[in-house]
Design a protein around this ligand. Sequence first.
Ligand SMILES: [Zn+2]
Length: 191
Amino acid sequence: MAGRAACAPGADGACGASAPDVAKWMEAAMQMARDALESSEVPVGCLMVYNDEVVGKGRNEVNQTKNATRHAELVAIDQALAWCRRNGRDSSEVFERAVLYVTVEPCIMCAAALRLVKVPLVVYGCQNERFGGCGSVLDIASADLPNTGRPFQCLPGYRAEEAVEMLKDFYKQENPNAPKSKVRKKERQKP
Ligand SMILES: [Zn+2]
C-alpha cells in the first residue's frame, strides 16, 4: 500500500504505521522524553497507539517511584490495560493491533514484556547500546523463544540523533540518585 512504512504480520494484516503517523506519534513520544529529562529521569518516552488513538503513554518514572521497572514502555502497557478496562475491550485484541512508538530501543525487560502482550510493531529512535532488547544486547524482539509471547517487528532510527542528544544531556546532569562522592571524584579527575 502506498505511503505505508511497514505492516507487521498481524492476524488480519491491519496493523502498520504510515509515514505521517510515524511523524505525528514520534513527535509526541519525543515530548514525553523531554518531560522525563526535565524531571531528572532517563529521557525515554513512548506511546501505545491503537486504531489511531493513544491508549497508553509513558515516560521513565524510575527515580520518581524508586522502582527500577518503571520504564516508559511498562507505564504505557499499564495505561493501555486501564484503557481496555474502561472501554470494555479485550486487551489481547487491542495489543495485537497496536503500535508502540518509543524514542529509544526497548531494553531487554521491556522487549520481553512487549512480546508477552504481543504488540506486533515497535517504531523507535536510537539504539540502546547498554540494555537494548531489539538487537543491541540481545534480540528479544525476533528471537525464537518458546512460550514467551510472539516476536515483533522493529522500525528503528526515527529521529535517532535527537533521542541520543537527550540521553547525553541527561548523563551530563548530576543524577540526584547517584552516590555524590563518586560523581564529584569523577569531576575532579577531569583535566
Ligand atoms: Zn525498558
